[in-house]
Ligand binder design. Structure first.
Ligand code: PAF
Length: 279
């Protein structure tokens, strides 16, 4: 496995592979890898002969007072996991390599970023869209894999790929869960034992809503209220519970089209997200 610390090294590696006629897959991450990330690597490897995993804690997608400084980092462990899983190149750029001091160009996807996490975290998706565009420009992958836990992020990236004619296929991987149902996330590591035990109510609440929907409950307000009540009973502080169209992310009142039921909730200081598809 090659470790590329600069954009030039990454480009040279990809150039060699391209000359050999090999397809390249990219798994963008912020590190502190878990099985969810590794499932993205597996999907990329099914679609490309060479897999690049990037590790970069992107400062521009964190707001003031968010967890940029304490975001968990363990490069040695991440490197070992990537080697075990057959990643061919790790792109691990230094922060100053990614953003020039006078950086002033941003990618903003309008219409999809004002709701859900975009409302609670202003500027977050501008940072995500910009860094993902940069990663696509640097690695020039044929395929890039993202997890559906970040459902809004996936939609935003699909839109930017379409709108900016990026020659990359975006593959969406299912949510990977712990044995009790909690969606895997690097941020789970912040949870105390008690918060970790209680946080399982998020996935349980979503599953209850999915069961209710399957049983004929189409009223978005009632579905959302059930999820909110269950999370509050579990000791969580709800940031949002929204039922939105899967294409536009606009709120729906009745689930008579494919919808996304999405949640963000705090357990202690840790903000967790999860979602389920309805329909
Ligand atoms: O999902 C993430 O880990 C990040 O938002 C991403 C896509 C790597 C961009 O920094």
């Amino acid at each position: 496995m090659t470790i590329c610390r600069t954009i030039e090294e990454m480009r040279a590696q990809v150039r060699d592979w391209r000359q050999a006629g090999l397809r390249v897959g990219l798994v963008p991450t912020m590190g502190y890898l878990h099985e969810g990330h590794m499932s993205l690597v597996d999907l990329a490897a099914q679609r490309a002969e060479r897999v690049v995993l990037s590790i970069y804690v992107n400062p521009t997608q964190f707001g003031p007072g968010e967890d940029l400084d304490k975001y968990p980092r363990d490069f040695a462990r991440d490197e070992a996991l990537c080697r075990q899983r057959g990643v061919q190149a790790l792109f691990y750029p230094e922060s100053r390599a990614m953003y020039a001091p006078s950086h002033s160009t941003w990618v903003v996807v309008e219409g999809l970023t004002e709701t859900l996490c975009g409302r609670s975290r202003p500027g977050h998706f501008r940072g995500v869209s910009t860094v993902v565009t940069k990663l696509f420009n640097i690695v020039q992958p044929d395929v890039a894999v993202f997890g559906r836990k970040d459902a809004q992020q996936v939609l935003v990236i699909q839109r930017l790929v379409r709108d900016l004619d990026q020659p990359v296929e975006v593959v969406v991987a299912p949510i990977v869960r712990e044995a009790d149902g909690l969606a895997m996330s690097s941020r789970n590591t912040y949870l105390s034992a008690d918060e970790r035990r209680r946080a399982v109510c998020i996935s349980q609440a979503l599953q209850d809503a999915a069961d209710g929907y399957a049983g004929g409950e189409l009223d978005a307000c009632r579905l959302r209220a059930g999820v909110t009540a269950r999370i509050q009973a579990g000791g969580g502080r709800v940031d949002y519970v929204e039922c939105v169209s899967r294409d536009t992310l606009q709120a729906v009142t009745r689930v008579d089209q494919p919808a996304l039921l999405a949640v963000a909730a705090f357990f202690g200081k840790t903000r967790l997200i999860d979602n389920v598809y309805l329909g």
